[in-house]
Ligand binder design. Structure first.
Ligand SMILES: NC(=O)c1ccc[n+]([C@@H]2O[C@H](COP(=O)([O-])OP(=O)(O)OC[C@H]3O[C@@H](n4cnc5c(N)ncnc54)[C@H](O)[C@@H]3O)[C@@H](O)[C@H]2O)c1
Length: 733
């Protein structure tokens, strides 16, 4: 096997370890790289080098962290194996600590590599914008286990360290310097030279806090972390912040805080031991297994093995400048595509362009983009009312009104305007992708011919709001070729989103599985279960928002339309609940219309319930729309939280199992992945199928059988679930 590490020596007698993992864009700290590092240190210790510089041979990447595949393999082993792996890493970095060592960081430095750098005597980083340093382990459900949870607070203080550890957010090189995490910021070209000077005795140019900032730091260090009262206050504040962020569902930040506190009391060895134990406990937990699986789901979604895209997409056409079209155009322009935005209405086009400009302006305001960059990007978006302007497009995405005839018409118009082969993609939520390739007739008259390139028609289903939602369903229509799917996936991946492949079935995956859940929430409310109880049960389950809040966010018109479509496709088990006729009659739209299930103020924020003559924000009781509550005739019928959760989430499980049985999606793990990124399903649970697995498929089957007898066919377990229930076999591998 080719080596990842080269050892060289400068004229000054200082050794240089260059890490450059072969056949990989980034460095990973796998077991074999650790062994090589140990061997390099053996040589350095033997030959009496004056010091050691650690650099990366990769452009823009110091190291991405431990090899997560190896961690995943260890997760199914006894916890002692992971504990030992934590100890091995600590032993290695302790060797660095004893040497005159420096980490010379250019590019991304994450996880295990940050811990490696923390083990060194010094750290310097380049001013390159790609340089960032972080410890994202909590996002995988564990903590930095190679000494980072101990060394970081000792270096930069408990508060700053815990913020980095508990959020997993990486800091730029400059910010890391200000925090004291790196000793000096240097230009890229002088990285090794300056590292050698520092090892030879030159003092690093450490950040000097300005007077006020320095005072705050000192007061924090002495007042908050330097005595036991201050530390217990810090612990209390940090625990509250963690609870607010995780609702107690993610144990990693809690365990990390315990280790940080131990480190701050000065007992380093005890803290190292606690870190290893916590790492072993967390990394073998189901929560961590679920989060690691989501991490791999991201790359699985982007893969299209053995198939090359049929088109190198450069210019995009977007039809319809409404909610979705404007969002799609903005996302594509942001990633460097030339975009032609076409509508039939000048007013709609102007409004769409205004939305796009607003989204970019927000990025400028947040300093994610300069004004000049924004101007350049905006000049690449061409608004038009004329199909002829689409002539250069390689990919056209239609986001016009949800009507098959209109979709067929615009497809045919594009085929007239674009003479070269191009991909026609539809953003439809519910219509058949394959159906759009067919001709359109009005009586005898041919209105739109069948598609010239049916193999180049595909579904690319974005979620609203496009700039926030990372999931995109790429839909294989009855005629779509693999090469078109590969091109669609590559395009979506380039937008920085996750393209999950589904087959062409009503509601695809996400809307299909979400609808029974939303519908059941309405059925429960109609049966007298208080709406706040239903919302709370969903939130306590771990959902990002309750089902009624979500209904208002999505738009009651859109949710109603999806339910009607699925009702048409799957029959009465998904019939629209009576509340929806009230919604229609009163023209309630949800947040965008100022009223839906809840009432909204002029800023589109939810109104609060009045208490003692004032709106009480403290208790966060939102004002329900009386038009909805008055329409519920059933007397109050309280249910336990467990009962409500079973009703909501087992409805999802039943539909998810059916979607797998009907091959709407091939990989159950990708179904779970889609539900997490598409609906806010709690990541720590791992998705509806992982939820069924955790409960046991036998129990899930029994519960559904019971619910279907009492509450109807929407709970009826499908044959696949029945089969799994008989043996207890899980859905997920
Ligand atoms: N809104 C959502 O949450 C959402 C989510 C996913 C998918 N979708 C789908 O995206 C599509 C668009 O939805 P939307 O919410 O953006 O609708 P919208 O009503 O906001 O926008 C539709 C736009 O299409 C324009 N239009 C109509 N006919 C046209 C034509 N022949 N050529 C060009 N433009 C035309 C209209 O003027 C309007 O500006 C629909 O198929 C919808 O099902 C919507």
């Amino acid at each position: 096997m080719s080596k990842a590490i080269t050892l060289s020596k400068l004229g000054s007698g200082i050794a240089v370890i260059t890490i450059d993992l072969p056949d990989s864009k980034m460095n990973l700290l796998s077991g074999s790289v650790m062994t090589e590092l140990n061997e390099a240190l053996d040589t350095i210790e033997r030959d009496g080098s004056k010091g050691v510089i650690i650099v990366s041979g990769k452009e823009g990447n110091f190291g991405a962290g431990a090899n997560v595949e190896e961690i995943q393999a260890l997760q199914s082993q006894p916890a002692i194996k992971i504990y030992e792996a934590a100890k091995d890493g600590k032993r290695l970095f302790a060797r660095l600590e004893k040497l005159n060592s420096i980490a010379a960081i250019n590019g991304t430095c994450l996880g295990g590599f940050t811990e490696l750098a923390l083990g060194c005597k010094y750290r310097i980083a380049t001013s390159d914008p790609k340089t960032e340093i972080g410890v994202p382990e909590v996002l995988l459900g564990f903590l930095p286990g190679w000494g980072g949870t101990v060394r970081l607070p000792l270096l930069i203080g408990g508060q700053a360290a815990f913020k980095m550890i508990s959020t997993g957010k990486a800091e730029s090189g400059y910010k890391a310097w200000r925090l004291g995490l790196v000793d000096e910021i240097v230009a890229k070209h002088e990285l090794v030279e300056r590292a050698a000077e520092i090892l030879s005795g030159s003092r690093p140019k450490r950040y000097q806090p300005r007077f006020k900032e320095g005072l705050v730091r000192k007061l924090t260090a002495v007042g908050l972390e330097g005595n036991s009262f201050g530390r217990s206050l810090f612990r209390k504040m940090a625990s509250q912040a963690v609870y607010a962020a995780t609702k107690g569902k993610y144990p990693a930040p809690v365990e990390a805080l315990k280790v940080v506190m131990l480190a701050l009391t000065g007992d380093r060895e005890k803290a190292f031991e606690a870190e290893s134990q916590a790492f072993a406990k967390l990394a073998t937990s189901q929560v961590s297994k679920n989060l690691v699986s989501i991490f791999f789901g991201q790359s699985v979604s982007k893969k299209m093995e053995g198939v090359a895209p049929n088109i190198d997409v450069k210019t995009i056409g977007v039809l319809g400048a409404g909610v979705m079209g404007a969002g799609i155009a903005q996302a594509a322009a942001y990633k460097g595509y030339t975009v032609v935005l076409k509508d039939i209405d000048q007013g709609a086009l102007d409004k769409g362009m205004e939305t796009i400009r607003g989204l970019f302006q927000a990025l400028v305001d947040r300093k994610k983009l300069s004004q000049t960059e924004m101007d350049v990007i905006m000049s690449a978006v061409k608004p038009t009312l004329d199909y002829a302007d689409l002539a250069d497009c390689d990919l056209v995405i239609e986001a016009v009104v949800e009507k098959m005839n209109v979709k067929k018409m615009v497809r045919a118009e594009c085929e007239k305007a674009i003479s070269k082969p191009f991909i026609f993609a539809t953003n439809t939520s519910s219509l058949s992708v394959g159906g759009m390739t067919e001709e359109l007739r009005k009586g005898e008259e041919l209105v739109a011919p069948a598609s010239r390139h049916p193999e180049m028609t595909v579904g690319i289903h974005f979620f609203n709001p496009v700039h926030k939602m990372q999931l995109v369903e790429v839909v294989r229509g009855s005629t779509t070729s693999d090469e078109t799917l590969a091109a669609a996936k590559a395009f979506v991946a380039k937008l920085g989103k996750f393209p999950v492949l589904t087959n062409d079935a009503p509601g695809f995956v996400v809307n299909r599985i979400l609808t029974p859940y939303m519908r059941e929430a309405m059925v429960l409310a109609e049966a007298g279960v208080p709406i706040p109880d239903i919302e709370k049960a969903a939130l306590n389950f771990g959902m990002l928002m309750g089902p009624f809040t979500l209904l208002d966010e999505v738009g009651l018109d859109i949710a109603g339309h999806v339910i009607e479509t699925l009702h048409g496709a799957f029959g009465d088990r998904l019939s629209p609940p009576p509340i929806l006729s009230v919604v229609k009659e009163k023209k309630l739209l949800g947040r965008k219309g100022g009223k839906g299930i809840y009432l909204y103020d002029e800023k589109n924020d939810r109104r609060f319930v009045m208490e003692g003559g004032r709106f009480s924000k403290k208790k966060k009781r939102y004002l329900l729309n009386p038009e909805i509550t008055d329409a519920i005739k059933a007397p109050v019928n309280r249910k336990t939280e467990g009962e409500i959760q079973d009703r909501l989430f087992l409805a999802m499980v039943a539909e998810a199992a059916l979607a797998v049985q009907e091959n709407v999606i091939e990989d159950p793990a990708q179904l779970d992945f889609a539900m997490i990124y598409g609906t806010g399903f709690p990541p720590f649970i791992g998705g509806p199928l992982a939820y069924a697995d955790a409960m046991g498929t036998s129990l899930a089957y029994q519960k559904l059988l019971y619910l279907s007898k009492v509450h109807g066919d929407n709970y009826k377990p499908c044959d696949l679930l029945k089969k799994k229930g008989a043996t207890g076999e899980p859905f997920r591998k």
